[in-house]
Ligand binder design. Structure first.
Ligand code: ZN
Length: 249
């Protein structure tokens, strides 16, 4: 895209307010860290959080968003269904959606997937390697054979998602589990990228390779040319009568 990509970084921003260990790592919230590296990559960013009116995701905000990133954990059930409807509509119209870490259980991700999105997990500060399963894909541009994270929360299979369109990264954990950590989907005209890293008690969004994959993922999820038709027009469009067919007049 030639014009500047407009990204809205959504964060529940609750752990950062109530857990001192998370505050220490992300004193201004993880959304500000994510916004900063996306800005440094040349994108136009704004942040939105749970506590704002309409969770900061008004119609006007979403209308000016090319790609929305989503981090949530404690408050999934409290996210207003009307906002979930609104985000879903925009994705179907072509807005990109990048879902991070525990966002796997968000209403919006489960809505877009149609499955429970359940998984196994363990918090033991173990080592994780995210292996690049699709070399040459734009989302892993600039990444070597794998990304290593020294201390991570484990997510394990089975991950109850639909089979991804593309499986970009597969995680191995020190405890022996594996996980589909980088998955792409298309829903309507929108593109969705799920990316696993990001547990709040580790400084994962400062990791250069993690930043690179999120940056690449946002670029990949950007609307393609032509993906601008409002959802209302995707259905119920009256057909032209067949020329010379008087019966259908
Ligand atoms: Zn977590």
């Amino acid at each position: 895209m030639s014009s500047t990509l407009r990204v809205t970084i959504w964060n529940e921003n609750r752990h950062e307010q109530i857990h001192p260990e998370v505050q220490k790592i992300y004193p201004n919230g993880m959304h500000t860290v994510i916004a900063q590296f996306l800005q440094e990559a040349g994108m136009q960013t704004q942040t939105a959080t749970f506590d704002q009116p309409e969770h900061g995701l008004t119609d006007a905000t979403l209308a000016e968003t090319d790609v929305l990133t989503w981090w949530g954990h404690m408050l999934h059930k409290d996210v207003d269904d009307r906002i979930v409807d609104r985000v879903q509509k925009r994705v179907l119209e072509g807005m990109g959606l990048v879902v991070l870490h525990s966002g796997h259980e968000s209403k919006i991700f489960k809505r877009m997937m149609g499955t429970t999105c359940d998984l196994k997990w363990r918090e033991a500060a173990e080592k994780e390697r995210l292996w690049v399963a699709t070399p040459g894909h734009p989302i892993v541009e600039g990444i070597g054979p794998y990304i290593e994270i020294p201390h991570a929360e484990m997510y394990g299979e089975p991950f109850d998602i639909p089979t991804p369109d593309e499986l970009i990264l597969i995680s191995w954990f020190q405890g022996g589990e594996v996980f589909r950590s980088g998955c792409t989907y298309r829903r309507g005209r929108g593109k969705i990228f799920y990316f696993r890293p990001g547990h709040e008690t580790y400084p994962i969004y400062y990791h250069p390779d993690v930043q690179r994959v999120i940056t690449n993922g946002v670029r990949w999820a950007a609307p393609e040319v032509g993906a601008t038709i409002p959802a209302e027009r995707l259905h119920g469009v009256p057909l032209e009568p067949i020329p010379g067919d008087t019966a259908s007049a």
